[in-house]
Ligand binder design. Structure first.
Ligand SMILES: [Zn+2]
Ligand SMILES: [Zn+2]
Length: 249
């Protein structure tokens, strides 16, 4: 049998999984916003519909390479994904998790910086910044060109760095939760974390809000390392001031 049909089926299944995961996660965070910060998204209904449309298109773009690689993993033995916990030393589990997050963050930082060059911004990244201010639905609100740059990173890494299937699941879960949380307009992490020593290195909503407010700087995804190393770290934003601005509109 030709491989085309199983590959297409796998890509479709992955698209449905990525799209469903986005709808469930963003939906849950949007509901939490409605309960915790009533009125925060008032007047943003048309923007949220746009964010959902772009995000579902991105889900299809993310689903295609993920589906091809998932098929290759199962049918052809591609990739370095493993399922026996004892296949590598146990301490490798957290090491591989951190390696995936650091490498994903590195790819994101540099492609995101490139996306802020005027030509790339006009061509692609303006879609993401059309969310003013972003909401929990903006997590995957990317132009298809930008979605491609994000969609290939993890499917490429699984060919290079051995990863337990559960760690890979954790990487995808962290990616989804942080992507949604960083855009929802309020901070889900305790103040002690955001403003404490850990917050000096981790990116949460307070840090990413500044990116959406200032455009230049705060380009990272999970960690502030590259922003600090390259002098693009603008520090933390002021979510309280941003929400007062929303309320006064
Ligand atoms: Zn953003
Ligand atoms: Zn940006």
């Amino acid at each position: 049998m030709s491989a085309a049909l199983p590959i297409a089926f796998s890509a479709l299944a992955m698209t449905l999984i990525v799209g469903g995961r986005y709808l469930l996660t963003s939906g849950a965070f949007a509901l939490a916003t409605r309960l915790r910060r009533p009125g925060l998204y008032r007047g943003l209904e048309a923007q949220m519909r746009r964010e959902i449309g772009w995000s579902l298109a991105s889900a299809a773009i993310y689903g295609i390479p993920a589906g091809i690689v998932a098929w290759g993993w199962q049918a052809q033995g591609w990739t370095r994904i493993y399922s026996g916990v004892g296949d590598y030393p146990l301490c490798y589990l957290p090491v591989s998790l951190l390696a995936y997050l650091l490498l994903h963050d590195t790819c994101f930082y540099w492609t995101h910086r490139l996306m802020h060059r005027p030509a790339w911004f006009r061509l692609a990244h303006a879609v993401h910044h059309d969310s003013r201010p972003p909401t929990a639905w903006a997590a995957m609100s990317f132009h298809p060109i930008e979605a491609v740059t994000g969609a290939v990173v993890i499917p490429a890494l699984v060919f290079v760095i051995p990863v337990h299937v559960a760690v890979l699941g954790a990487v995808l879960a962290i990616m989804t939760v942080m992507g949604v949380g960083n855009h929802m307009g309020w901070e889900m992490f305790p103040r002690a974390l955001v403003h404490g020593p850990a917050g000096r290195w981790l990116i949460t909503a307070t840090h990413h809000e500044r990116h959406h407010a200032a455009y230049r700087g705060n380009y990272g995804l999970y960690f502030r390392f590259w922003d600090k190393a390259c002098g693009t770290d603008l520090g933390l934003g002021d979510l309280a001031a941003a929400s007062r601005l929303r309320a006064s509109r």
